[in-house]
Design a protein around this ligand. Structure first.
Ligand SMILES: Cc1cc2nc3c(=O)[nH]c(=O)nc-3n(C[C@H](O)[C@H](O)[C@H](O)COP(=O)(O)OP(=O)(O)OC[C@H]3O[C@@H](n4cnc5c(N)ncnc54)[C@H](O)[C@@H]3O)c2cc1C
Length: 311
């Protein structure tokens, strides 16, 4: 005779597992905003993994970004050629590519930055299979994580919208892009002041610059809406593991990520290619690994991996 009560049966029914869903690899869609070295290397790593469709968004030519757009051959890389591969697992890739062009290059050579821009563009071409990569020459003006839907909506300057499972912000240095020639006044500690005409004021007093007025308009908008917040030092956006953005309430996003210079406040080494390519590979793995990214139902995680908030 069964001794189980009615309550036992209903508990069992609730516990009985659902038939397992058929395992099929789901292809992710990722919007990468900014196509300088950081965005380009993120797109390349996503495409290499073969499990993502990428929309790469930047009004400027995709690949070189600010540092490698120069046409002046006398502007040289400050890192030797042997350390400039864009691919973590193929450290000789840049060197091999140069030699493939017929150049006589030694590992310790400091090559023109312009050449590195061509290499970045060529990496995109190499891993573009013709349908996984979509390139949009446009400025992104907003990124929203809809509350009751999965993924992200990226609004472009022409009002069109790119939807994706997740977004990567690779917007570069948050500094105001242009300095105009103007009269500047430097006030000294003893109360006196120096007036001068200057194109650029060089501040060598340490890394005290804070993001604020003049930073990227998209970053300003996200800051104003509370969807992102500054790191402790005010030098970059606050991010958690793999660059997941943290909002004003301290919640870690599972669908908006950041890499490159704006993570400087948290990761001081995030501005040179060896660090950027590692961040790009780690993020591409995170975005394409099994498990959910940007899905409704996956609640946000704290920096320690549990669910909750980051303070
Ligand atoms: C002059 C200079 C020389 C350097 N030399 C070296 C070197 O030799 N070796 C080395 O390892 N590192 C070097 N670095 C450091 C590092 O490699 C670069 O800073 C790196 O290229 C940064 O790339 P990024 O993509 O993060 O930023 P960026 O190159 O600034 O690219 C950001 C991109 O985002 C786009 N963007 C911004 N906002 C939006 C928006 N709202 N919508 C769409 N697109 C947007 C911009 O148009 C831009 O193309 C150098 C840096 C500089 C400044």
């Amino acid at each position: 005779m069964s001794t189980r009560s009615r309550g036992d049966h209903s508990r069992e029914r609730r516990r009985s597992p659902l038939p397992p869903a058929p395992a099929r690899p789901r292809e992710r869609s990722i919007a990468v905003i900014g196509a300088g070295a950081s965005g380009t290397l993120t797109a390349v790593n996503l495409l290499r993994r073969g499990r993502a469709r990428v929309t790469l968004i930047d009004p400027k030519p995709h690949g070189p970004g600010v540092a490698y757009s120069t046409r002046d051959e006398s502007h040289l890389l400050n890192v030797p050629a042997a350390a400039m591969s864009g691919l973590v697992d193929e450290p000789g890739d840049f060197l091999d590519w140069c030699r493939g062009l017929g150049m006589r290059v030694e590992p310790e050579d400091h090559l023109p930055r312009r050449l590195y821009g061509v290499y970045l563009r060529q990496l995109l071409v190499r891993f573009d299979d013709g349908w996984r990569l979509q390139q949009r020459r446009a400025q992104a003006v907003n990124v929203v994580e809809p509350l009751f839907h999965h993924g992200v909506r990226v609004t472009l300057a022409d009002s069109s919208v790119v939807t994706a499972d997740a977004a990567v912000l690779a917007l570069g240095d948050p500094r105001p892009a242009k300095a105009s020639r103007e009269r500047v006044r430097v006030e000294l500690g003893d109360g006196s002041a120096i007036d001068a005409d200057a194109d650029v004021l060089v501040n060598a007093t340490g890394p005290s610059r804070k993001i604020g007025v003049g930073c990227n308009p998209l970053t300003q908008r996200l800051l104003a809406s509370g969807r992102v917040r500054l790191d402790e030092l005010g030098l970059g956006l606050a991010t958690g593991p793999e660059g997941a953005l943290i909002d004003l309430e301290g919640t870690l996003s599972d669908r908006c990520f950041k890499l490159g210079s704006p993570r400087r406040g948290e990761s001081p080494e995030s501005t040179a290619i060896p660090e950027i390519r590692q961040q790009a590979e780690d993020l591409a793995r995170r975005l394409t690994e099994d498990g959910e990214v940007g899905r409704r139902g996956l609640r946000r995680r704290s920096a320690t991996g549990g669910r909750g908030r980051v303070r």
